[in-house]
Design a protein around this ligand. Structure first.
Ligand code: ADP
Length: 312
């Protein structure tokens, strides 16, 4: 271009135009290259993902439908259950025998690593016992249809995630949102204030991953939202793993009050380090090294002056 301009073949003004065109070409080639690289990189990820989707579901062997009971009369029994995580030697639960009665509010307490979360994971069939069995109304839970069995539980795990869905979809856990029910769950979860901040109500996106209008929520709000989701599901068993870890003392006390009302005729199981939760429970199970070492009411265990009393 410079030479052409020098010998007078093109006008000086054209130099700028041609130079710009060349620059655009270079930019376009660079973009093309980086898009190509990204495609390749994503293909590797997609292959993993598709292989994951193709994994055989080992949980779907059971066929027995779960009895639909309006009275919520479901009895769960751990019979001689021992468990070690796949690929490890150490038993995390050892010969556990316990019956979870209907309508009870139970607290599962014990030192870190005593197996509380593992207990819940087995109950929810995220793992199967290494030895022994878990029975629902006298039948091994592995024999039940997995999807139906899962309908029995509303669980809030410690490490729940807030996904970038619309608020309503998140609470319903589905694209089909029963709006009244979702609003009710959000209110009962103590999130009326948050709802007020949401510009598009139930359609507001959670976090900004996919939408600039998305709303970022705090750790405490996230915990309440996870609760709202459990309320929406309205399952006979409510299980809360450290439900108050991200809450301050007042929010914690409110949460217990709310849960207390919420569970009325449901069976509730709390896992908590904060023993303030145990006082309103009908029954306390104290876990240590994968075994239930104490089982009783708060008063009984306090009188016994054992491990629970010491921890309390
Ligand atoms: P808690 O809830 O009482 O704190 P957990 O049930 O989380 O205890 O853990 C009990 C034990 O199991 C701990 O020693 C922990 O290291 C071990 N554990 C937990 N999850 C896994 C896993 N996915 N693989 C192997 N070991 C695990």
């Amino acid at each position: 271009i410079a030479i052409c301009a020098y010998v007078g073949e093109i006008a000086a003004g054209s130099v700028v135009r041609y130079a710009g065109a060349i620059q655009q070409l270079i930019q376009a080639l660079t973009d093309l290259m980086s898009a190509w690289t990204r495609l390749h990189r994503n293909r590797a990820v997609m292959e993993e993902y598709l292989a994951y989707l193709d994994l055989k579901d080992v949980k779907k062997k059971g066929t027995i439908p779960v009895e639909k009971r309006r009275d919520g009369k479901f009895l769960i029994e751990f019979r001689n259950v021992s468990f070690r995580y796949p690929g490890t030697e150490k038993y995390v639960l050892k010969g556990m025998n316990v019956t979870l009665e209907i309508g009870e509010r139970m607290a599962l307490v014990g030192p870190n690593g005593s197996g509380k979360t593992t207990f819940i994971k087995l109950l929810c069939r995220l793992y199967d016992p290494t030895e022994g069995s878990i029975l629902l109304n006298g039948v091994d839970i592995r024999k039940y249809d997995y999807q139906e069995y899962m309908q029995l539980f509303s669980v809030v795990f410690q490490d729940f995630q807030i996904f970038p869905f619309a608020l309503g979809e998140y609470v319903a856990g589905s694209g089909q949102v029963e709006r009244e029910r979702a609003m009710d769950a959000i209110r009962r979860g103590g999130l009326e204030e948050l709802l007020g901040k949401m510009p598009e109500g139930l359609n507001t996106m959670l976090n900004r991953d996919f939408s600039d209008q998305g709303v970022e929520i705090s750790g405490g709000e996230a915990q309440k939202l996870a609760m709202a989701r459990a309320i929406y599901k309205n399952a006979p068993f409510v299980i809360l793993d450290e439900p108050t870890a991200a809450l301050d003392a007042i929010a914690e006390s409110e949460m217990y009050k709310m849960v207390n009302n919420l569970v009325e005729d449901h069976t509730a199981l709390f896992i908590s380090h904060r023993l303030s939760s145990t006082q309103f429970c009908d029954r306390i199970l104290f876990l240590e090294h994968g075994m239930i070492v104490e089982d009783g009411t708060h008063e009984e265990l306090m009188k016994r002056k054992g491990k629970y009393a010491r921890m309390f």
